[in-house]
Design a protein around this ligand. Structure first.
Ligand SMILES: CC(C)(COP(=O)(O)OP(=O)(O)OC[C@H]1O[C@@H](n2cnc3c(N)ncnc32)[C@H](O)[C@@H]1OP(=O)(O)O)[C@@H](O)C(=O)NCCC(=O)NCCS
Length: 119
């Protein structure tokens, strides 16, 4: 199965999430929360939240025909040592997802590509 998903989101939508654990816990997985809580710069926190949200929406679009449904917290968007983003999905190991993320001051955008595991 192959598919693609994209999402763009305004960073300012997350202003009220930054200091609200109830709100950011609806989006972030436990691992992402650990990383989020170590960020001290407020605008990076906002960008981090917006970027993870855009990435998860893109992943959910790419997986739309998979027959599975996902909560935001089932999806982790992490960074390799070189900074490149990758996706970890809880309870759905049978696929590989390529992800790319970009931020401007105003927006965050993400593209996710679902490919067969053996490709
Ligand atoms: C990666 C790079 C292109 C990001 O570009 P930018 O215009 O500053 O920032 P953007 O907003 O477009 O992209 C940021 C996102 O790119 C992604 N990213 C970071 N490093 C990356 C890399 N090496 N490859 C692919 N994606 C990367 C991340 O997802 C990041 O968002 P996040 O930190 O919220 O997850 C830029 O920082 C760069 O060229 N860095 C050097 C990369 C490198 O490979 N260095 C190793 C030595 S050669």
């Amino acid at each position: 199965m192959k598919n693609i998903g994209i999402d763009i989101i305004e960073n300012k939508r997350f202003d009220s999430f930054i200091d609200n654990p109830r709100k950011y816990s609806r989006i972030l997985s436990d691992k992402e929360k650990d990383l989020f809580m170590k960020i001290t710069n407020k605008s990076r926190k906002r960008e981090y939240l917006a970027g993870r949200f855009a990435a998860k929406e893109a992943v959910i679009k790419a997986l739309a025909h998979s027959g599975y449904s996902f909560k935001y917290t089932d999806i982790s968007v992490l960074n390799a040592p070189d900074g490149s983003p990758y996706v970890v999905l809880e309870n759905y190991p049978a696929c590989k997802i390529l992800l790319s993320l970009s931020h401007s001051k105003e927006n965050s955008v993400a593209v996710a590509v679902l490919i067969d595991k053996d490709e």
